[in-house]
Design a protein around this ligand. Structure first.
Ligand code: FMN
Length: 421
């Protein structure tokens, strides 16, 4: 229900918080009230997560990169270094109870058995709140940290990622939900007939299975994907539950949205089973004037003189990226108008909110924008379930190895007997 007692909108916005401890603006860590040392203070990270959990956000998003460069300190300090995402996610899970937790992992530099195990474990210890952000990585520099002579080209990265996802998904199904009997009286620990090898043999991977972790509580862990290329759109349309899209012009976002939902339909997926969430940087205050003053103050703190000059001149130099110019600065109703337009005109199912400085801009969003979205009947007032899949309105997938999944499709008798795999 919305706060004024009217009926809830049939469709509700989904919100995530892109967590970079020092903010998404290059000067965020210098803004008063920010925690310049927040990236390594798990108590601080847990507090920020609880702030958005209290506001009923769908998820906290932990991005990641696999290289670093001290020069980032002046251009993109939040991305210079951070806690490893699965380690941080485990501690976040222990301090929260409802919010989805997204950990970024690039399959190019993982092994599917290992990653399936990490994600299944996170899903168990968070009681069904784990999610994998699958990125193929834009950083060529990562290769040299992983004993590779080169960063693979797009086709190879996605061929590898496609097969990788198949293996991970099969491993998550390798235990049926009721495989554990744990009956001390009869002395039956597991039902061996419900634990399956996957016997995967493909161009890149040979994996026997089963996984050494029971099936995740969500059945299949929620999959996010971020990317822009044609191959990325295909992978997202086929596999992703949530697509994290770049922000920008609303027309471009509509084209992307229609294209990806159209591709998903070709894979037999219902449009509401795939959520497209563009990034949105928000500076909000009670009045537009105050919001603009915050933005000016932030820009004045940009570490590089040339960036400050760019901003003052209004030119689209590198500073554009460093101040997150793909967002909105305004009062609560301006911000809500912007979000509502995207939501209602086929550009977005919600947003991944980029906080320019933390925790101040997160607090402002939850105190000013969230109530406004609720007044408009666009956003939940309570969680209706306990898992990340529940927040997204996603069904829990059938296990491919369970007998019911092997039921022949309705149709002429000669089509009966389809394999369960
Ligand atoms: C909104 C968005 C967020 C991304 N976040 C990450 C990230 O956290 N880590 C990473 O390595 N790459 C990230 N990427 C980069 C993608 O993984 C991908 O490498 C990049 O978009 C280029 O691939 P593409 O040509 O398929 O789009 C992100 C991309 C987008 C569009």
């Amino acid at each position: 229900m919305s706060t004024d007692g009217t009926r809830p909108a049939a469709r509700e916005l989904h919100l995530g918080l892109m967590f970079w401890a020092t903010g998404t603006h290059a000067a965020g860590w210098r803004y008063p009230g920010s925690r310049a040392d927040g990236a390594y203070d798990i108590g601080f990270i847990q507090d920020v997560t609880r702030l958005v959990e209290d506001a009923k956000f769908d998820f906290l998003f932990l991005g990641d990169r696999l290289f670093t460069d001290p020069a980032l300190a002046k251009t993109n300090p939040a991305q210079m270094s951070r806690l490893e995402p699965f380690t941080a996610a485990s501690a976040i899970a222990a301090a929260t109870s409802k919010i989805g937790i997204v950990a970024t992992a690039n399959p190019t530099y993982y092994d599917p058995y290992n990653l399936a195990r990490l994600l299944a474990s996170l899903d168990h210890l968070s009681h069904g709140r784990a999610s994998w952000n699958l990125v193929t990585g834009a950083d060529a520099m990562a290769a040299s940290n992983f004993s590779r002579s080169e960063h693979w080209e797009t086709e190879k990265r996605y061929d590898w990622a496609d097969e990788f996802v198949d293996v991970v998904r099969a491993l998550w199904d390798s235990w049926e939900d009721d495989a554990f009997v744990t009956d001390p009286v009869r002395g039956v620990y597991v039902d061996e007939s419900k634990i399956h090898p996957i016997d995967h043999h493909g161009p890149y991977f040979d994996v026997t299975g089963p996984l050494n972790v029971a099936r995740p509580p969500q059945g299949q862990v929620v999959l996010l994907h971020a990317g822009t290329s044609d191959r990325s759109r295909e992978l997202g349309a086929r596999e992703a539950d949530v697509i994290f899209a770049a922000g920008g012009a609303v027309e471009t976002a509509r084209e992307y949205y229609a294209d990806v939902k159209g591709r998903a339909a070709r894979y037999g997926r219902a449009p509401d089973q795939i959520h497209i969430l563009p990034s949105l940087s928000v500076i909000v205050a009670e009045t537009r004037r105050e919001a603009l003053a915050i933005r000016d103050r932030l820009d004045d703190l940009l570490p590089l003189a040339e960036d400050r000059a760019d901003v003052r001149a209004g030119s689209l130099g590198q500073a554009t990226k460093r101040r997150d110019d793909w967002g909105i600065t305004g009062d609560p109703s301006e911000v809500a108008d912007y979000m509502q337009e995207w939501f209602e005109t086929g550009a977005a199912d919600g947003f991944n909110i980029f906080p320019p400085f933390v925790p101040g801009s997160v607090q402002a969003f939850t105190e000013l924008v969230v109530p406004e979205l609720r007044r408009r009947g666009l956003y939940r007032t309570e969680y209706t379930g306990g898992t990340f899949r529940d927040h997204l309105g996603l069904v829990r997938p059938q296990n491919r190895f369970e007998p019911a999944a092997a039921k022949p499709p309705a149709g002429p008798p000669e089509l009966a007997g389809a394999s369960s795999r």
